[in-house]
Design a protein. Structure first.
Length: 270
C-alpha cells in the first residue's frame, strides 16, 4: 500500500477511535454526579461551551438532584467566561429562584451584579445597565455584608456611581457650550444635589457659578461662591471662583452705590 493511501486510512481510524471514546464517555454519564463531574472537567479546561451543555442536561434530566444548584451556577459561570453576560444573569437568577436556600446563592447574587458591571457601557452611551449594576450591587451588599466580595463590590459601586455623575456633568458642559444655560444648570445641579459624594461636585459648582455670572444673576452667584469657598477652600479650581467673585463684588457693589444714590435723591426731593 502506498503512503498516499495509508494516510487517509490512518486519519479515518483515529477519527473513529476518538468518536468511540466520546460516545463511550457520553454513555457512561448515567448519573447527575457523573455528568456534573464531566462538566467541571470541561469548565476547568476552559471548554465552556461544552460545559454549558453538560450543566443544561443536568437541569433538564435531573432537576431535583442535590447538585442541581451547582450545575445551574456553573452554567452561569461558563457563560460569564464566554462574555455572554445577559445569558449568565438568566442562569444565576434561575438558580436563586429555584434554590433560594442554596449555599451558592450569595455568590449568584454577586455574579448577577458583576455581569451588569461588565455590561456597563462607556459614559457617553445609555446607562441602563449601569443602573442595573448599581441596584444589583446594593442588593448584594445589603443581603451579605460579610461576604468576601463586598470590598470589590464597593469599589465597583463607587466607580459606576461616579460614571453616572460624569455623564450628567459632561451633558451640562455640552449644553453650556451650545448656549443652553438653563438646561446646563439643571445638569450641574443634579451633580451637586444627587452625586454630592463624588469628586465632580466642585467642578459642577464652578460651572454653575460661571453661568450665573454670565447671566448676571449676581445674588445667586454670590451665594454659590460663598458655599464653594466654605466647602472647597483647597480646590484647584479656586482661581476660577475668585475671578467670578471679583465680577460679582464689583457688580453688586456698583448696584448698591446706585441704589443708595437714588434713595438720597428721593430724600432730597422730600
Amino acid at each position: 500500500m502506498s503512503v498516499r493511501c495509508t494516510v487517509p486510512v490512518v486519519i479515518a481510524f483515529l477519527a473513529a477511535v476518538l468518536a468511540g471514546c466520546t460516545a463511550g464517555k457520553e454513555l457512561s454519564l448515567d448519573t447527575a454526579q457523573d455528568r456534573f463531574r464531566y462538566g467541571m472537567e470541561l469548565y476547568k479546561s476552559e471548554n465552556y461551551l461544552e460545559a454549558v451543555k453538560q450543566f443544561e442536561i443536568i437541569r433538564l434530566q435531573f432537576p431535583g438532584s442535590a447538585i442541581a444548584d451547582s450545575a445551574q451556577f456553573y452554567s452561569g459561570m461558563s457563560r460569564f467566561k464566554r462574555e455572554e453576560y445577559q445569558l449568565a444573569v438568566f442562569d444565576f437568577q434561575l438558580m436563586i429562584r429555584n434554590q433560594p436556600d442554596s449555599p451558592l446563592a450569595p455568590d449568584a447574587y454577586y455574579m448577577i451584579a458583576k455581569c451588569y458591571v461588565m455590561l456597563s457601557p462607556p459614559v457617553d452611551l445609555d446607562q441602563n445597565f449601569t443602573l442595573k449594576a448599581l441596584d444589583a450591587l446594593q442588593t448584594f451588599m445589603e443581603l451579605y455584608p460579610s461576604h468576601e466580595k463586598v470590598a470589590e463590590a464597593r469599589q465597583d459601586y463607587s466607580r459606576l456611581y461616579r460614571k453616572l455623575a460624569l455623564k450628567e456633568f459632561k451633558t451640562g458642559v455640552l449644553y453650556r457650550k451650545l448656549g443652553y444655560y438653563r438646561a446646563a444648570l439643571v445638569y450641574f445641579n443634579t451633580v451637586i444635589d444627587r452625586y454630592y459624594s463624588t469628586d465632580l461636585v466642585d467642578d459642577a459648582m464652578v460651572e454653575k457659578i460661571e453661568i450665573l455670572v454670565e447671566k448676571k444673576r449676581y445674588a445667586e452667584a454670590r451665594t454659590a461662591i460663598r458655599e464653594f469657598m466654605r466647602k472647597y477652600p483647597d480646590s484647584p479650581l479656586l482661581s476660577r471662583v475668585e475671578s467670578a467673585k471679583e465680577i460679582v463684588d464689583r457688580s453688586l457693589g456698583h448696584s448698591t452705590l446706585v441704589g443708595e444714590a437714588k434713595q438720597n435723591e428721593r430724600n432730597d426731593d422730600d
